[in-house]
Each structure stands twice: as structure tokens, then as C-alpha cells.
Design a protein around this ligand. Structure first.
Ligand SMILES: Cc1cc2nc3c(=O)[nH]c(=O)nc-3n(C[C@H](O)[C@H](O)[C@H](O)COP(=O)(O)OP(=O)(O)OC[C@H]3O[C@@H](n4cnc5c(N)ncnc54)[C@H](O)[C@@H]3O)c2cc1C
Length: 410
């Protein structure tokens, strides 16, 4: 143990049973560390929207190693679309179909399914592992000291732990309890995001399509992404749009009919409109190196490039590794160094992801003469010079590669 004098009820308390909190608990369980999850919502909650549909191979690998079979269960219940297509003002400028799903170790490059299913499978794994989840009892206060953490919940329960992990999402109580604050920016444009139910008979071809200046929806950018059972339609509002008006049922049905097809008009399952935040907490660990922030408790990125849940799962994996090492350290300084290291490495990863998602956003929102001219010239050149079309296809998702985080396209 790390030299603490406190009698801990459990080595690690995790706040939040979202995908990142559950992954943290599973990754710790796989390393022999016991945890308790405290969740604010009731167990029978309804989580809206398809959200993190693009699950990257690094995420699948982490889930598979944390709970054997879990990564494969996501793959078996997801889809792998094999074609990327881009159009510019009604004309195709790029198309590529991949002969195989790529990936390694028996897991493909990605899979695509609604986040609620991913969470359902994670919860099954959590229950199979015997990890306790206390529903409907959110964390209210977190007090850390050199010796450990005291967590109090809404119902007045108190938990003493060696360490606590804040996986309690964007409005994290744990983040504010350790005095860490978000800073960053917000997208200028709003985006309308809708989930559409697919037909079992004669479904559309499963391909990811980006359409620049779509002529049927007054020149707005449109992204169509398939996932198991449905489609994500993502429409970038113009500066002059009223997003409230555009996200009304009738308007969305019209936008969907014009982009996905008339027969999808009445298949809208969920709609939302967003301005995307690009923010990072100023620190991901508390002053005593006893509390760690993971996932959206620590950072929010625009979704282009699918860095949300994927980078949160990478946080969870790193947190589990560092916590396990800290808990088995004989020297307190060594334990502290592990947690400090988590704070540094994942802050750097978050900064990388924020920059990458920011690059995608800047590109999508860019309406300077130079940016517009570059897109226009690339579209002109695309029929004769494939890299120009490929650039148009790639740019809306930001750069590939980067820190040991999961970068993908959705
Ligand atoms: C439209 C949209 C599209 C997206 N697309 C993608 C994508 O394609 N790929 C991708 O990777 N990501 C995507 N994301 C992001 C993804 O949904 C989030 O990154 C992910 O849900 C974050 O997981 P989390 O566990 O950190 O937080 P959450 O999912 O928010 O979970 C936090 C949990 O903590 C609980 N909680 C809150 N307060 C407390 C408290 N005080 N005590 C205890 N529990 C508490 C909450 O009830 C919740 O269960 C998308 C998001 C949106 C909105």
C-alpha cells in the first residue's frame, strides 16, 4: 500500500457510471484493484442520442484487456462501414472503399454502434466482475489529504478511499471539489445533430459521406455517418441560421428528407443542437495526488475526429495503470509520482486532442477568402488529382496520429 494511515473502505472510489467511469473500474479490476462506483442517476435512466458511435481500435483493445470478450461484443454488435465519400456542391470529389476492416489482434480498426449499447455491455461486464455500483447517489463533496480521500454522497453516505477518480462528466462535481477549472473556447457555429432509424428492408449503403455546401439544404455542410441500426445526420448551421428554429421537428424532418432521402422524413429518433466546447481542466489531479479526473470531467472536444469517449477510455486505462502502481508502492513519494505522472501525460494528450479537434473545427467554420478558395480549387482539381479529393475528405476530422490517444474519423 502507499503508506496511508487512513482505514480505507475501498482502495478506489469512482464517481460516475458513464463509459469512462465503468472502463476505469474494469481496468482496475483487471489489475486486481477493488473499486466502488457512485452514480448520480438511477439505474433505469434513459440516456439520449447515439453519441459516441465511432469506437476506435485502441478503445476496443482496452475494453478487451480490461474485460475479456467486451471489445468483441462491441464489434459483434456494431457495423464497420467500408466506404468514405465526399461531395462538393452536389458533385462527388472523393470515394474510397476499403477491402478489409484493418486493425490487429482480431479487432478491427473501429466499430460503430450507439453509445447506449456500449454502456449496456460495459455495465454487464461491471456486474459480472462483481464491481459495486451505487445508483441514484451522486458525489457531493470530495476532501483529499496526504493520507487519502473522503467522499460524501447526496444521501449522506461517506466513503474513505486511498484514491478517488472523477468520471462524472462535463459538469463534474469532483472537478470543482478539487478546485480545477475548465478553460477554452466554443465553436462559432451551431450544429444540428439527429439520429435516424434505418429500415431493416432495403437499408442504404453503409458509407460515411461528407457533403460541402450541400445544394439541397441551402449550401450547408452535411455529414452522414451510419451506425448499427441508424444514421447520424450532422448539419452545420450558417451564421445567419436560427438553430432553435432549425432544430424543430418539422425543419429537421425536412433536412433529413433532403439529405438522407424522402423515406427517412419520419424516421427521426433524436435531435439536438450544439455549439461545441473545446475546454480542458487546468489540472487533472488534486494538490495531494489523491484525486484524478478522467474523460469529460477533464476535457471536452468538438466531436469531429471522435476524440470524446475514445480519449476518455485512454484516460481510464492510464489512470488504472498509475493507480495500481501507486497502490503497490512502498514509498509514498513513488506513489505520488505515479499520480503526478498521470496528470502530466493525460493533460498533454488532452492538449493534443483539443488542438486536433480545433483544427477540424477551424477548417469547417473557416469562411476566409483563402480557406474558401482552397476548398474550391481542391474540388476543381479532384477529378484529375486524387490527393486533392482526399484532402477534402480528410480535413473535416483533423490530423491523424498523435499522443497515445485514439484518433479516428467518424
Ligand atoms: C452529439 C455527440 C456526438 C458524439 N460523438 C462521439 C463519437 O463519435 N466518438 C466519441 O468518442 N465520442 C463522441 N461523443 C462524446 C461522448 O459522448 C462523451 O465523450 C462520453 O459520453 C463521455 O463519457 P464520460 O464517461 O466521460 O462522461 P458521461 O458519459 O457524461 O458520464 C458521466 C457520468 O457521471 C454521472 N454523474 C454526474 N455527476 C455525478 C456526480 N456528482 N456523482 C456521481 N456521478 C455523477 C452521470 O450521470 C454520468 O453517468 C459525442 C458526444 C455528443 C454529444
Amino acid at each position: 500500500m502507499s503508506g496511508s494511515d487512513v482505514q480505507a473502505d475501498v482502495p478506489v472510489v469512482v464517481a460516475g457510471a458513464g463509459p469512462v467511469g465503468m472502463t476505469t473500474a474494469l481496468a482496475l479490476h483487471a489489475r486486481g484493484v477493488e473499486t466502488t462506483i457512485l452514480e448520480a442517476d438511477p439505474k433505469d435512466r434513459d440516456r439520449p442520442g447515439s453519441r459516441a458511435i465511432y469506437v476506435h481500435k485502441d478503445t476496443l483493445r482496452t475494453l478487451e484487456t480490461s474485460s475479456p470478450g467486451l471489445g468483441h461484443r462491441l464489434v459483434d454488435n456494431g457495423i464497420i462501414w467500408d466506404t468514405r465519400r465526399t461531395l462538393f456542391r452536389g458533385r462527388e470529389v472523393f470515394e474510397r472503399t476499403y477491402p478489409d476492416p484493418g486493425g490487429d489482434g482480431g479487432l478491427p480498426h473501429f466499430t460503430s454502434l450507439p453509445q447506449v449499447w456500449t454502456e449496456e455491455y460495459m455495465l454487464d461486464a461491471v456486474q459480472d466482475a462483481g464491481i459495486e455500483v451505487h445508483w441514484d447517489d451522486g458525489v457531493e463533496t470530495v476532501e483529499s489529504s496526504e493520507d487519502g480521500v473522503r467522499v460524501e454522497t447526496e444521501s449522506g453516505e461517506t466513503y474513505h478511499a486511498e484514491y478517488a477518480v472523477g468520471a462524472d462528466g462535463a459538469g463534474s462535481t469532483v472537478r470543482s471539489e478539487i478546485g480545477s477549472e475548465f478553460s477554452g473556447t466554443q465553436s462559432e457555429n451551431s450544429f444540428i445533430i439527429a439520429d435516424i432509424d434505418e429500415f431493416e428492408d432495403e437499408p442504404l449503403k453503409q458509407e460515411r459521406v461528407f457533403h460541402y455546401d450541400h445544394p439541397r439544404v441551402d449550401g450547408r455542410n452535411v455529414l452522414l455517418v451510419p451506425f448499427k441500426g441508424g444514421w447520424r445526420v450532422d448539419i452545420q448551421c450558417k451564421d445567419t441560421d436560427d438553430p432553435e428554429y432549425l432544430s424543430q421537428d418539422e425543419q429537421v424532418a425536412d433536412l433529413v428528407a433532403k439529405t438522407l432521402g424522402e423515406r427517412y422524413r419520419d424516421r427521426v429518433d433524436w435531435v439536438s443542437q450544439y455549439k461545441f466546447k473545446q475546454v480542458i481542466a487546468d489540472t487533472l489531479v488534486d494538490e495531494h495526488n489523491r484525486v484524478l479526473l478522467v474523460g469529460e470531467a477533464g476535457h471536452l472536444f468538438a466531436p469531429f475526429g471522435a476524440r470524446g469517449m475514445n480519449s476518455g477510455v485512454a484516460d481510464a486505462d492510464a489512470a488504472a495503470t498509475r493507480l495500481t502502481a501507486a497502490l503497490s508502492a512502498d514509498v509514498e513519494d513513488a506513489a505520488e509520482a505515479e499520480i503526478e505522472h498521470y496528470g502530466i501525460e493525460r493533460l498533454k494528450a488532452a492538449q493534443y486532442n483539443k488542438r486536433a479537434a480545433g483544427q477540424a473545427l477551424e477548417y469547417l467554420q473557416g469562411d476566409s477568402v483563402v480557406t474558401k478558395a482552397k476548398k474550391y480549387l481542391a474540388a476543381k482539381a479532384a477529378p484529375y488529382y486524387e490527393p486533392a479529393g482526399e484532402w477534402l475528405d480528410d480535413a473535416p476530422y483533423g490530423p491523424h496520429g498523435g499522443p497515445p490517444v485514439n484518433i479516428g474519423q467518424y
